[in-house]
Design a protein around this ligand. Structure first.
Ligand code: ATP
Ligand code: MG
Length: 379
């Protein structure tokens, strides 16, 4: 079987019983294996270091270093970790075999064993190793491709941002009548151009943001800050949108200042995403509350709305990229399912927690809990 594939499999037999080594070695040789032998764990370690080994048959009771210690050394070395080991045992207790398997041995066989049994075990172990290798290779290839895709997305997004900014800028220019008055129809059309370009711009910004956060290149600038103050600023900034939708928009900070240790700009991004969602999914005439308070475990920002709520089965996926539920925005607002993924990423970086409580038809409450300043640092 080994020669058929064109490459001979090298097996290392480790046993202090010369007779056993002879029997095993002979049997493996006749089945096309390349065989190396070692009478002790120390000898075996030198053999492993010198030549590539495809598999090991290991006796646990050896003079000097024990078979278990040999396994520990082998499996703690990244270069050797993937060499499969079959324990060949006669005298040892079941506990020794259990220990060997726990230390990373792939299988065991009790002496005396038949050639057929041994070969069957070896083949099964080698097959498993091959599959594992294939899986590991596919995994690293997938990771590489995923990285390439992120880089590509990042490059394209970056290049699209420039012309979109020009479109928004020139549309503004026209709407402000800097090139002469527009009639009503023209103004409406330019307004559509501006809004569409802005929606695309926000998608592109979000895509770039997700790629940046995923790359691990974002470094937080942690500083003592007041969570209530940050939330109030975001509340003030989004109040005009709430007014336009005739939403009852309320801010409360029942505990006053809530000192946290955060990157205030990033937390503002979190609050803005949650508030914009609440405003987006709550129908006209509804209510949205921005509530900040303090709990023993941290400062909490809660965004509560009277929107449609989120069905339980859809709550799990909310914080993943590009995931949207069947709940749609109530006034044609756009979105691509990136906001909550960004929120989760930023909150995780702060060692905080974000979660949602909601009942279908009864609104949603999004909570963000962040470390209090005195917990993070005593100064
Ligand atoms: N307050 C809310 N009420 C009801 N559904 C919500 C609420 N917030 C989020 N969702 C649901 O979760 C989905 C994901 O939200 P997320 O903020 O990630 O994306 P989005 O708002 O659709 O797009 P983007 O944030 O990229 O503009 C939304 O599409 C919506 O279906
Ligand atoms: Mg959103």
């Amino acid at each position: 079987m080994n020669e058929k594939e064109g490459v001979r499999t090298t097996a290392l037999v480790i046993d202090d019983d010369p007779e056993m080594v002879l029997i095993l070695g002979h049997s493996l040789l006749t089945h096309g294996f390349e065989v190396l032998t070692a009478g002790s764990a120390e000898e075996a370690l030198s053999a492993v270091a010198e030549a590539p080994i495809d598999m090991i048959i290991l006796d646990l009771i050896l003079p000097g270093m024990s078979g278990i210690d040999f396994l520990k050394r082998l499996k703690s070395n990244p270069a050797w970790r993937s060499i499969p080991v079959i324990i060949a045992t006669a005298r040892e207790s079941a506990e020794d075999v259990e220990l060997g398997l726990a230390e990373g041995a792939e299988d065991y066989i009790r002496k005396p064993f038949s050639n057929i049994e041994l070969l069957a075990r070896i083949n099964a172990t080698l097959r498993e190793k091959k599959l594992r290798n294939r899986l590991e290779n596919s995994n690293s290839e997938l990771l590489r491709l995923c990285q390439m895709k992120d880089e590509f997305l990042s490059m394209v997004s970056h290049d699209i941002r420039t012309p979109l900014n020009s479109i928004v800028g020139f549309a503004d220019f026209l709407l402000e009548a800097k090139m002469g008055d527009l009639n009503e129809k023209q103004a409406r059309m330019v307004d559509v151009i501006k809004k569409s370009a802005k929606a695309q711009l926000s998608l592109v910004e979000n895509l770039l943001e997700v790629a940046r956060l995923n790359s691990g290149r974002v470094v937080l600038r942690l500083r003592p800050a007041d969570l209530a103050g940050i939330a109030q600023e975001c509340y003030d900034g989004t109040a005009p949108t709430a007014r336009k939708k005739n939403i009852d928009f309320i801010f409360t900070a029942r505990d006053g200042i809530v000192p946290v240790m955060v990157d205030d700009q990033r937390i503002c991004q979190v609050a803005n995403n949650l508030i914009s969602n609440a405003l987006k999914f709550t129908p006209r005439g509804g209510r949205v509350e921005v509530d900040v308070f303090r709990e023993p475990k941290g400062g909490v920002l809660c965004i509560r709305d009277t929107g449609p709520g989120i069905p339980e089965e859809e709550r799990m996926k909310l914080f993943s990229r590009f995931e949207q539920t069947r709940i749609k925005a109530t006034a044609g607002e756009s979105g691509f399912g990136l906001g909550l993924a960004i929120v989760k990423n930023i909150v995780d970086m702060h060692n905080g927690r974000v979660w949602v409580e909601s009942r279908s038809g009864e609104g949603s409450e999004f909570f963000v809990q962040l470390p209090l300043k005195e917990i993070v640092s005593p100064n």
